[in-house]
Design a protein around this ligand. Structure first.
Ligand code: NOJ
Length: 612
């Protein structure tokens, strides 16, 4: 194998020249959960002016595109994922003019802005649903999914199917006035739109998408994108949980028969004409191969999707005991990462890299180690190193860059505000099974969506961590904000924040390897170390390689044979590009010490990198 000594020429990725790539492949996206980011009005609830005031912070971090979670008018049954007016802004967040200003302020900093498009369902308070439920003959009746009741052998009314929804309980709610059930995959407050109806689809394109694209936003994160097409026979799912009236049924309403047609239409009619970027939320995928049709460039559907196999590790499954924690091994974790790193090779599809969002616990609490401040810092940096060396478009979630952790384990259920957490907890209580209640609480402490939704920790010396000057905040501020906050980390070269900044710059500088490179897993069965190779091919046919070696444990581990893994002949051909330790590994006899400290990560390369 050849080791390049000189600076490589323009590198190639697996499928073509990087020079031709769209902007969003090497871009860093940053998700803002607006209720918890920054409050400018002392109401204890974040807002758009608050976000605007921190755009310089994001630009300095290296962010290229802000993804703003829903800010539209909403009763907030599911934190804005229940929209009652797509063209108005929920007053505590601000106004449409504030969003216009946000767009302009992002653009002024060379950043883009994408909004969250929630069009699988609306709120029950949306005018479309109010009209639809007003009578069976309403012109909008068919914009939602209405079905008559069934009756059991005792003559009791039962829902049209036995399907179970996401937030526990059935997917159907009875409407007394019109004597029919309506479908909702999530809360009863979130009725599903009927994408089979042509007028309804046109209204979605026009009133939600074009409205915002015309105002200058750059695209959308698309909520629940593979659930628009349901199986329209509306039949029962097989009984897999005999204890319950409702059954897991994703095969009935996910990846349905017309899903690709609907998404292609959305692309053709709206996304493509505006050159808008799209990243869809794609759940319940059986295999990576099923993901390809959604993100193959030639299929003209979506630019990117989020696939959740890795981030869902540890959960008890989406429709069963989701919050009964299920331990897993590092090799399973690595296997999942590998699957979603390699599945695009040899195709024209693309992938994403992320390990946090508003629907999951904090990564450093789940995958790293928060048992001591040293291990917290080391593991937060190693998780950063892992993320920035993976292929695909990188998405960061607010607070990840300062290593924010889960809510303290002493906090009780009253601090958990999320509809899903509360419903699963209540279901456990209602079962009368105390062990189940304890197990659910244990799972919630690791996995609940609430952990990522507590206020951003800006400043250890300020009221409410600098998130809000109000007397109360909508969720409790973490007790440890004095230790973990942005102010404390700014300018401290050993901090998680400064590490992320350097790491993001490095990712972009060597994007051939990190954003686009081919991924090869090494030491796959190792339960303590996470090791892989990234490779890219230059125009001249040369081969650049990066070896990522991470100690994924609190004990010292031996480093791998770096020369051998990189395919280099001599020690002088190997360069340490980057390391999570402040001064890099110690030198022993002209080489780096073989011992990897707890949660230490290193990146070695086979080429001269110049100053970094
Ligand atoms: C996925 C969103 O990320 C989640 O927060 C929400 O509850 C559901 N979709 C329903 O919109």
């Amino acid at each position: 194998m050849e080791c390049l000594r000189s600076k490589a020429r323009t590198p190639l990725n697996g499928t073509g020249l990087i020079g031709k790539e769209p902007w969003w492949k090497a871009a860093v996206f940053y998700q803002v959960y607006p209720a918890s980011f920054k409050d400018s009005s002392a109401e204890g609830w974040g807002d758009i002016p608050g976000l605007i005031s921190e755009l310089d912070y994001l630009a300095d971090l290296g962010v290229d595109c802000v993804w703003l979670s829903p800010v539209f008018e909403s009763p907030q049954a599911d934190m804005g994922y229940d929209v009652s007016d797509y063209q108005a802004i929920y007053a505590p967040y601000g106004t449409v003019v504030d969003v216009d200003r946000l767009t302009a302020e992002c653009h002024a900093r060379d950043m883009k802005l994408i909004l969250d498009l929630v069009v699988n369902h609306t709120s029950v308070e949306h005018a479309w649903f109010k009209e639809s439920r007003s009578s069976k003959t309403s012109p909008k009746r068919d914009w939602y999914i209405w079905r008559p009741a069934r009756y059991d052998s005792h003559g009791r009314r039962i829902p049209p199917t036995n399907w179970r929804g996401y937030f526990a309980g059935p997917t159907w709610t009875w409407d007394e006035d019109t004597q029919e059930y309506y479908l909702h995959l999530y809360a009863p407050d979130q009725p599903d739109l009927n994408w089979e109806n042509d007028e309804c689809r046109e209204a979605i394109y026009n009133d939600t998408m074009r409205f915002w694209l015309d105002r200058g936003v750059d695209g959308f994160r698309i909520d629940t994108v593979n659930k628009y097409s349901k199986r329209t026979e509306y039949v029962d799912a097989p009984v897999t949980d005999p204890q319950s009236d409702s059954q897991p049924a994703p095969e009935m309403w996910c990846n349905g028969p017309r899903i690709h047609e609907f998404i292609r239409e959305m692309n053709q009619k709206v996304l493509a004409p505006y050159n808008a970027v799209s990243v869809g939320e794609l759940s319940n995928m059986a295999s990576p191969h099923d993901v390809i049709p959604y993100v193959s460039a030639s299929a003209k559907e979506l630019d990117m999707v989020f696939e959740f196999s890795m981030i869902r590790l540890g959960t008890g499954g989406g429709f069963g005991p989701k919050y009964i924690y299920r331990p897993y091994t590092l090799s399973t974790f690595k296997e999942t990462v590998k699957k979603f790193q390699t599945f695009i090779e040899g195709t024209d599809a693309w992938t994403t890299v992320f390990c946090e969002n508003h629907d999951n616990g904090r990564a450093v609490s789940r995958f790293g180690d928060t048992s001591t401040p040293e291990l917290w810092r080391a593991s937060a940096k190693t998780l950063a190193l892992w993320q920035i060396t993976l292929t695909g478009t990188l998405f960061l979630y607010q607070g990840q860059e300062i290593g924010m952790v889960n809510m303290p384990s002493e906090w009780g259920i009253e601090e958990y505000k999320d509809v899903e957490s509360r419903n699963f907890y209540q279901e456990a209580v209602d079962s009368g099974d105390e062990q189940r209640v304890r197990d659910t609480m244990h799972g919630l402490r690791i996995l609940a969506r609430d952990h990522s939704r507590i206020p951003f920790q800006w400043d250890g010396g300020k009221k409410n961590a600098g998130f809000s000057e109000g007397d109360r905040t909508w969720m409790r501020v973490h007790d440890g904000f004095g230790e973990i906050n942005a102010m404390k980390q700014r300018g401290d070269q050993g901090s998680v924040l400064e590490f992320w900044k350097r790491a993001l710059r490095l990712r972009k500088r060597f994007k051939d390897l990190f954003v686009h490179g081919r991924f090869t897993a090494l030491e796959e069965g190792d339960e303590k170390r996470f090791v892989y190779l990234k490779e890219s091919t230059t125009e001249s046919g040369g081969n650049r390689r990066a070896l990522v070696v991470m100690n994924w444990s609190k004990e010292v581990q031996k480093c791998v044979d770096v020369k051998k893994s990189l395919g280099c002949e001599g020690a002088d051909e190997v360069r340490l590009l980057f390391s999570t330790t402040d001064r890099g590994p110690k030198m022993v006899g002209g080489e780096h010490e073989a011992a990897l400290r707890p949660w230490e990560g290193r990146v070695y390369v086979n080429f001269e990198a110049g100053d970094i």
